[in-house]
Design a protein around this ligand. Sequence first.
Ligand SMILES: Cc1cc2nc3c(=O)[nH]c(=O)nc-3n(C[C@H](O)[C@H](O)[C@H](O)COP(=O)(O)OP(=O)(O)OC[C@H]3O[C@@H](n4cnc5c(N)ncnc54)[C@H](O)[C@@H]3O)c2cc1C
Length: 254
Amino acid sequence: MNRPFSIITEEQAKHYFPDGKIPSGIVVSEYIHADGEEKSMTSLAKRFVLDHGYVELLEQMGDDWTPASAARESRGQGLKGKEADTTLLKTMLQQGHTSPFEFVRFRFRVKLPIFVARQWIRHRTASVNERSMRLDSGGFEFYIPNRWNTPGGDNEVDTVTRGNLQDYYAKAVGLYESLVTSGVPREQARIVLPVAVYTQWQWSLDLHNLLHFLKLRTAPAAQAEIREYARTIMSILEERIPVIMDIWRGPRCT
Ligand SMILES: Cc1cc2nc3c(=O)[nH]c(=O)nc-3n(C[C@H](O)[C@H](O)[C@H](O)COP(=O)(O)OP(=O)(O)OC[C@H]3O[C@@H](n4cnc5c(N)ncnc54)[C@H](O)[C@@H]3O)c2cc1C
């Protein structure tokens, strides 16, 4: 599998590879300030979740072998080949030798309803920067589930209920807009918006803490909606760090 080992800017690409032939493993990202204007970053992976949400991997530092390389520093040694390094990864995950996994880091952009964000933000070992509803009045989107999270039975959200939810959200937006029009600041007008409204943030953390998040939030006890996000992140990691995820999905380690 061809995974990038380096992300460079368009300018760097022009400089280092003037013939336009970018070696495999190098990803050219648009995310760089051009004349003071920040362009959007080329995502390494983007998966849609729920009705309007998504998880987008913006950046990755390190790969499957980074924790083995960091750990071998203990003996002043380096990587020893796929088999030996896989065994080392397995031992470390099983024994809870966690710090080498902190050398792999990910940066995501996530769009999620606020009630999911409230659960998500309880994971304190990540860095977050959220879109501000005080500053940005972009069109609001609201979550409407396909199913209620009741066990078994016919739990589909029927058309009438779906319509009721849509009406309710439309009313909330109407009130929000009338408040803003009448001079109420956005930071207060937003108090009328339900927790189903989508927000968006960048979320960055190391692999050790990400695996902890995944362990808690893919478990059956977690709410179905956050579980969907966690499973989506897991599916991205399965492509980005297949060796580690393969070991981790075995006997679970924190
Ligand atoms: C199924 C489920 C139900 C939940 N229900 C509720 C609920 O009803 N109400 C509620 O309030 N919360 C609830 N939570 C949130 C839960 O209590 C945790 O806050 C959340 O899962 C984050 O876990 P964490 O602290 O291990 O993760 P992180 O905040 O990412 O921390 C990772 C690890 O770092 C260490 N750490 C971080 N901060 C500290 C600290 N200040 N002191 C010591 N060690 C620290 C701990 O070892 C911790 O496990 C629920 C979580 C789950 C998964």
